[in-house]
Design a binder for this molecule. Structure first.
Ligand code: NAD
Ligand code: KPL
Length: 304
């Protein structure tokens, strides 16, 4: 069935690459440039770190300039890097190639799909947790689930069987956009407020009114976007997530704290742009968005 090409050897890309390799499936990593490739070769491969074991996988790697054609590409970059990264390898995609997009939020998937009319783009929404302990060393921090689907319809791909072999817990979703919208709404109700109030997710219990008014606006927006399933009981779900992750720092909080670029443009930014386009009033969301952009600017971080 051909090799898995994985674009981006960060947290999630390394997690997928090592599990596919562990199952004996052919994998090729695509790294940014020759100096990353050199650093990777020095490391001897990717290391997967789990609670009671760690294992090194000497997975072959290449740069985007390599010429070998690509049938199946897993894009594991951040949302803001996805389209430019795909552009570097677009000429290598075979007719009918499949491109899996692991990005959180919305907007980046459409950017990629618009640039690849010849490919089948499959969107994913994942609750897996992974982080890099060092370059090319990935810690599998929390087992989760990944939903995959084709917003344009069509059958489930035969290679889903390979994900089962690799023990990547997954389901084929007939409404992947609804899943992505639901996750986006939850992230929009929690993540920016944790940054603005400098708190763990559980700290938002002290700001329940603010969370509730964001949920109300997000629910209205989802209904206008024709996503009733994603809108259903949003506030209860947000409260459940806050309780379940009370002790955690949100991903946006961690990005800001570590001086990393955030995916805000594909979360709150996307929600505000959709609200604008559909003339849905979302004053609290817009105010939180502006406050976040100001905070990012004050820290010298990109606001897009
Ligand atoms: P990451 O920053 O750890 O990894 C991204 C990698 O892509 C980096 O190694 C970067 O160097 C690489 N990259 C960027 N541009 C490239 C290019 N042109 N060519 C080759 N490589 C390139 O990010 P991540 O945490 O793995 O997140 C990826 C996506 O998955 C994000 O949208 C994130 O929100 C989502 N996600 C992550 C997790 C998680 O636990 N880490 C869970 C769910 C969803
Ligand atoms: O996904 C999350 C994140 O931190 O990005 C949760 C824990 C759901 C908070 O929105």
């Amino acid at each position: 069935m051909g090799s898995w090409h994985i674009l981006g050897a960060g947290s999630l890309g390394s997690l997928w690459a090592t599990r596919l390799a562990q199952a004996g499936l052919p994998v090729q990593l695509i790294l940014r440039n020759r100096s990353r490739l050199e650093a990777y070769r020095q490391a001897g491969g990717l290391t997967l770190i789990e609670p009671h074991q760690q294992q090194l996988f000497p997975i072959p790697a290449q740069t985007p300039e390599e010429r070998a054609p690509i049938q199946r590409l897993l894009v594991a970059c951040k949302a803001y890097d996805a389209a430019p990264a795909v552009a570097q390898v677009a000429h290598r995609l075979l007719p009918g190639a499949e491109v899996l997009l692991l990005q959180n939020g919305l907007g980046s998937q459409d950017e990629v799909a618009a640039s690849l009319p010849q490919a089948r783009c499959i969107f994913a929404s994942s609750t897996e947790g992974a982080f890099l302990q060092a370059d090319f060393q990935v810690v599998y921090a929390g087992r989760g689930h990944t939903w995959l689907g084709d917003a344009a319809g069509g059958p489930a791909p035969a290679w889903l069987e390979q994900l089962s072999q690799a023990q990547i817990a997954h389901d084929w979703s007939l409404n992947i956009l609804s899943r992505l919208w639901r996750k986006l709404a939850i992230n929009c109700a929690i993540n920016p407020l944790t940054v603005l109030h400098d708190c763990r997710n559980g700290g938002l219990n002290d700001h329940a009114d603010e969370v509730a008014s964001l949920c109300e606006e997000l629910q209205r927006l989802l209904l206008h976007c024709k996503q009733p399933e994603a809108a259903h009981n949003l506030q209860d779900e947000v409260q459940r997530v806050i309780r379940a992750t009370a002790n955690n720092f949100s991903s946006m909080y961690q990005d800001v704290r570590q001086g990393r670029r955030t995916e805000v443009a594909y979360l709150l930014g996307y929600a505000c742009r959709q609200a604008d386009a559909l003339h849905v009033p979302v004053p609290q969301l817009q105010q939180v968005h502006e406050r976040i952009l100001t905070l990012l600017q004050s820290r010298g971080l990109p606001s897009h």
